[in-house]
Design a binder for this molecule. Structure first.
Ligand code: SF4
Length: 326
């Protein structure tokens, strides 16, 4: 797999500041050789550059870059990008994540408008907006999410809006603020099984995240809910099945399953690479458990093909109550 260093111009590199200060003293683990099914084409086409230039001119951050997503070549060539709002520095330090940890900058009040204008310029029929965790803000950034949703609605009324939010832990009223803004899809990733939270998502609580998904559906049954898991962190088969059952009890409509890739050797190690056939089997099982839609493959990410998947999900659920009843 080619090395894609999209963060060469990271200002933290120029200043010598560590991107992951909390991981700096951890021992490096050996990297497993990548199997052929994880090979991707190196990005570099004219369309890829055009998308990058448009985003850079707009002064916007994307999760595509910050998460070092392996799909960036294919997505940006099709002018699909996922916006990351509220800065590029996160207040948490998850064991799997490439986003920088530290003290974030104040919110930029112009950002919601710029996201809306970029959505229009890229001609997105479906937009995915995510963010860093902002535990430093009284509302966890819920108001900024709501402003962004409203700005996109005003500029691009035909565009469907998917938000991938933090857990808003200990921020009363935050979820209500976001749901009231009326996204089409509310996504919050459980990421892994509860036994691995202490190392993979140390700042999060499994049952809080699960309840957040359930509450979003209770607040507005017309919103599609979505969540994702990474395989290869050290979870057992039974644990994955239990999480799927928990998600269905929480009325989650759409499940994504992808392979975990360690951003550096000091992140949580990859325990194994699940082959593509295993993802096919998980998809069948998840559909049998009642999910309305399942995206499962080694390179599946929350926002990968999110627009096409949402269109299929909406078509499948047309005329049905998708309030998630088992
Ligand atoms: S899968 Fe999502 S994060 Fe990755 S490049 Fe595509 S749009 Fe960006």
């Amino acid at each position: 797999m080619p090395v894609i260093d999209l963060l060469n111009d990271d200002p933290r590199k120029r200043t010598g500041a560590a991107r992951h200060p909390e991981k700096a003293t951890r021992p490096e683990h050996p990297a497993l050789p990548k199997p052929p099914w994880l090979r991707v084409k190196a990005p570099g086409s004219a369309l890829w550059r055009e998308t990058g230039a448009l985003l850079a001119d707009a002064g916007l951050t994307t999760v595509c870059q910050e998460a070092a997503c392996p799909n960036i070549g294919g997505c940006w060539e099709q002018k699909h990008a996922s916006f990351m709002i509220m800065g590029d520095v996160c207040t948490r330090a998850c064991g799997f994540c490439n986003v920088a940890t530290g003290q974030p900058a104040p919110l930029d009040p112009e950002e919601p408008g710029r996201v809306a204008q970029a959505t229009k310029a890229l001609g997105l029929a479906h937009v995915v907006v995510t963010s860093v965790d902002r535990d430093d803000l009284p509302d966890g950034g819920a108001g900024h999410f709501a402003q962004t949703i409203r700005a996109i609605r005003a500029a691009c009324p035909k565009t469907s809006i998917e938000i991938l939010t933090p857990d808003f832990l200990k921020k009363p009223g935050a979820l209500e603020t976001v749901v009231a803004a009326g996204p089409d899809v509310f996504n919050h990733n459980l990421e892994t099984v509860p036994s691995l939270y202490v190392t993979v998502r140390p700042g999060a609580r499994y049952f809080h995240s699960l309840r957040l998904l359930q509450r979003a559906k209770e607040l507005n049954p017309n919103i599609f809910t979505k969540s994702g898991l990474m395989l290869g962190l050290g979870e057992s088969r039974n644990e994955v099945m239990q999480v799927m059952d928990d998600m269905r009890v929480a009325a989650v409509d759409f499940l994504t399953l992808g392979q975990y890739l360690a951003p550096t050797r000091r992140h949580h190690p990859v325990a194994r690479f699940a082959p593509p056939e295993e993802f096919d089997a998980w998809r069948e099982m998840a559909l049998a458990k009642g999910f309305a839609y399942v995206a499962a493959s080694p390179l599946t990410r929350s926002s990968h093909h999110a627009g096409a998947d949402f269109a299929r999900l909406r078509a499948l659920c047309a005329g049905f109550d998708h309030a998630g009843a088992l």
